[in-house]
Design a protein around this ligand. Structure first.
Ligand SMILES: Cc1cc2nc3c(=O)[nH]c(=O)nc-3n(C[C@H](O)[C@H](O)[C@H](O)COP(=O)(O)O)c2cc1C
Length: 309
């Protein structure tokens, strides 16, 4: 299912969510060969960081809770990864983060020179300039980081949003005004906590963590629905997408591409081919197309508006 996204032709409308499978070429190529149109790299940060202590990820059955803590070698320590990716024959979305606007700019400029096809800003991390408040819960700080990064990169910019924002549509609008070419939503929901009642203490070493997988799908669908009504740039919809029917649902909310993260754990690396097949079968059975169902849950909006994305 060939899909055009911001001028790049993708083999399918499916995107690998950031952080789920790491950063080496072999694994990104494998997901691409298994039906993922756009693999996203694990978020790259400004300095080496170990992340939190174990346990960091717990499977809750209908989703996961994680507090991996954004481990990264730091943008300057990835020469081997970049060298491998140089000769690739598939597109790559490089996710980055920083603790201040300046850090975002520094990482973005450096990473952009390494030749990714897209740069995704993970603005779901705390902003050290604003006493640890998360960038993406505030329209002003979201605008500030997007507009500053936009000036130093020459590939399309994707802003990845957190469902923790009280008005995610307003954040998406600020990102669009700042120059974002697309929105990716959502990052993990929460934070949540799981307590081991025998040990009488939280199970995660970091105590609190982000929720992902099927249990957060209704939040993701609501967020994409709100964003679609607020901006005219395309949306990568993700959060709990596990089946072709889930993909149809988030596309009807307004997504142009569909991200898959936690489902890789539940259905294996072939999950992309499985979802593509289920999606194609659903479309054929309903005698319709992706373009026709995009934003279909907004009957009050103009069809032209829906198709323009
Ligand atoms: C173990 C784990 C690590 C993650 N690491 C990142 C990350 O580095 N950067 C990022 O933007 N999102 C990260 N995420 C969030 C996912 O990219 C995705 O937004 C979220 O899990 C919701 O999608 P899903 O329900 O399909 O997993 C991570 C998620 C998990 C489960």
């Amino acid at each position: 299912m060939q899909t055009d996204f911001l001028g790049t032709s993708l083999s399918t409308p499916l995107v690998l969510a950031s952080g789920v499978l790491g950063n080496n070429k072999a694994i990104l190529e494998r997901v691409h060969d298994n039906g993922c149109g756009l693999p996203t790299m694990k978020s790259i940060g400004p300095a080496p960081r170990d992340g939190h202590n174990n346990p960091t990820v717990i499977d809750l059955g209908d989703g996961m809770i994680n507090a991996v803590g954004l481990p990264t070698p730091g943008y300057q320590n990835m020469e081997a990864e970049w060298a491998e990716l140089e000769g690739r024959n598939f597109p790559v979305n490089a996710s980055i983060y920083g603790g201040s606007v300046d850090e975002f700019v520094r990482v973005a400029e450096f990473v952009c020179a390494k030749g990714p096809d897209f740069i995704e800003l993970n603005i779901s991390c705390p902003n050290s300039d604003q006493h640890g408040m998360i960038f993406g819960v505030n329209a002003e700080s979201s605008y500030a980081v997007v507009s500053a990064v936009k000036k130093v990169i020459d590939v399309p910019l994707i802003a990845k949003l957190t469902p923790a924002a009280p008005d995610i549509g307003a954040i998406a609008r600020a990102c669009e005004e700042g120059g974002a070419n697309a929105i990716c939503a959502i990052n993990t929901a929460g934070p949540g906590m799981v307590i081991d009642i025998e040990a009488r203490m939280p199970v995660l070493a970091f105590k609190k963590g982000g929720l992902s997988g099927p249990m957060i799908k209704p939040i993701a669908v609501r967020c994409v629905y709100d964003i679609y009504r607020s901006v005219s740039i395309p949306i990568i919809g993700l959060g709990g997408i596990t089946t072709g029917a889930d993909a149809v649902e988030i596309i009807m909310a307004g997504a142009s591409l569909v991200g898959v993260g936690t489902a890789v754990r539940y259905r294996g690396i072939t999950v992309f081919n499985q979802i593509n097949k289920e999606l194609s079968t659903w479309l054929a059975n309903h005698n319709t197309t992706l373009d026709e169902i995009r934003g279909a849950a907004h009957p009050d909006l103009e069809t032209a508006h829906r198709r323009g994305k």
